[in-house]
Design a protein around this ligand. Structure first.
Ligand code: FMN
Length: 489
């Protein structure tokens, strides 16, 4: 059954032995981040951490709620992440449309999926307390790394925000997770990438010279928090997808000062507006690549009110050198978004985003190769559009490679590639997350075609046979294993 809210999820984590309560007082400036970082890097992602007493604030903080396979699965109420791929594939199988684009376009209105459209309600616990004279200083917003904000602002960032905006032309809603820099008690900065839904809406308001209403929810049930961070293709609505993931529509309540709708069970909601064209410098920020991101001019939100639950818990994440909590969110994305890719490219058998690649930074892709040049066609298609378009490293291997076994995959790639023939170095759009890109306007990307080469692919003769033992000998050794006295070793 779907979690009622974040509190219900934390109860579940406690029941599973996946939550640790820190009862002594801790500082939201760096100390919580250091404790969380150590926990993220301990075996199997450690535990979620509930900091009950936080210096300077009346509210507890919870971190690392998604930071292990067990917890992300608990968050999405599944036994294993593969269930996400199976459910999406099953859904697509049922949608009666022929082209991939039509299927995705038809999804929101399609019977089974349309049951999960957000449900509008008139009241939510996110409004138990209404503060029309808000001060963000009262809330335990973390500073994660010593260089955060330096030298421009305090370095406090809301790191698990659900940013709600609306298209002024179509009326369509968007929810995205973009870090929020706290400038002072009433103003924050929004770090959304140019291709994000929020930035698209903002551009339209800016062109019209109109104020843009905006709401930032923090907390809610875990499927809602997670869905805000997934790059679903248009026109899929994050809240509808969250409803599908939790198998129950997300209840949303209208903001007090705008036509935006936010999850009724959120812990906290910041309402406000952006003035067209008003920008302010934010950063630096210790990013999930493990490097500090550059300073940037970002749109400024003026907060008009903050509403919250009476017993509010403030959720946050710490990103930095992997593995961190968001690596497990990336692994969930990998499973959930694979079926979208397979709609267009059914020859893609599987995808692995290694944790060190930071979401889409690196993708290992197994394909059923059907002819010469096929791997390159797949690369072109993946880089052409969609979720992996900004991938910096694509490695294509044959379908028989177990791409989730990275040592085996590395062995196949390192030993099976002719570097002069099988590498494709190309131009990619600039991605500010990657510190080593010198230019602000473009970056490079690398494709490795590690598939077995066929005639017509610059390889003559027979592809070398792989070394492996004869089946008859393997069976013999299986039968005699105990005789060798090795069974206990
Ligand atoms: C913890 C976390 C932080 C993120 N921070 C940002 C960010 O600051 N800016 C951004 O553009 N995307 C960020 N993302 C990725 C977006 O949430 C993701 O691309 C999402 O799909 C954006 O929603 P949209 O496609 O509706 O714009 C972050 C993701 C996670 C998990």
């Amino acid at each position: 059954m779907a979690y009622r809210d974040l509190h219900a999820f934390l109860d579940k984590l406690e029941e599973l032995g996946e939550l640790h309560r820190v009862r002594v007082e801790v500082d939201p400036v760096l100390e919580i981040a250091e404790i969380t970082d150590r926990m993220c890097k301990s075996p199997h992602g450690g535990k979620a951490l509930l900091f009950e007493r936080v210096t300077g604030s009346a509210f507890p903080v919870v971190t690392n709620i998604f930071g292990s396979y067990r917890r992300i699965c608990a968050a999405l109420e599944i036994g294993e992440l593969e269930a996400l791929a199976r459910r999406m594939e099953e859904l697509f199988r049922q949608v009666p449309s022929t082209s991939p684009r039509d299927k995705i376009a038809a999804l929101p209105q399609w019977g089974e999926f349309s049951r999960f459209l957000p449900k509008r309600v008139t009241y939510g616990v996110c409004r138990e307390i209404i503060d029309h004279d808000p001060d963000l200083g009262a809330y335990p917003v973390l500073t994660n790394w010593p260089g955060d904000g330096r030298p421009v602002h305090s370095g406090r960032f809301i790191t698990l925000p659900l940013v709600f905006t609306r298209d002024p032309e179509t009326g369509a809603f968007n929810c995205g997770m973009y870090r929020v820099a706290v400038f002072d008690g009433r103003t924050v900065g929004l770090h959304w990438s140019a291709k994000s839904g929020g930035a698209g809406h903002y551009e339209k308001y800016r062109a019209r010279g109109e104020r843009m209403p905006l709401a930032i929810a923090v907390g809610g049930d875990p499927a809602v928090i997670y869905a805000a961070s997934v790059p679903f293709p248009a026109p899929i609505d994050e809240m509808q997808m969250a409803g599908f993931l939790r198998q129950s529509p997300v209840e949303v309540v209208q903001c007090l000062n705008s036509e935006l709708w936010v999850p009724a069970n959120a812990e906290m909601v910041l309402e406000g507006y952006l003035e067209p064209g008003e920008m302010r410098r934010e950063g630096a920020f210790g990013n999930h690549t493990g490097f500090y991101g550059m300073h940037e001019d970002v749109p400024v939100m003026h907060i008009t009110c903050i509403t919250r639950r009476r017993e509010m818990v403030y959720p946050a994440t710490v990103v930095g050198p992997p593995p961190m909590e968001d690596c497990y969110m990336a692994k969930a994305n990998e499973r959930l978004l694979l079926p979208f890719i397979r709609l267009e490219l059914p020859e893609v058998v599987d995808i692995n985003l290694p944790l060190e690649g930071i979401f889409h930074g690196c993708a290992v892709v197994a394909i059923k190769k059907e002819g010469p040049g096929h791997a390159r066609k797949v690369m072109d298609a993946l880089w052409g559009k969609g979720w992996l378009a900004a991938s910096r490293l694509l490695v294509i291997v044959d379908a028989d490679v177990d791409i989730h076994d990275l040592p085996v995959t590395s062995w196949r790639v390192i030993n099976g590639v002719e570097w002069r023939r099988d590498l494709i170095v190309g131009e990619s759009p600039f991605d500010k997350a990657f510190a080593a890109q010198g230019s602000r306007y473009s970056g490079g990307r690398l494709g490795i075609d590690a598939t077995r080469k066929m005639p017509g692919e610059g390889f003559t003769g027979e592809w070398p046979e792989e070394v492996s033992m004869a089946d008859s000998i393997k069976q013999l050794v299986d039968r005699r294993w105990r005789e060798y006295g090795l069974s206990e070793e």
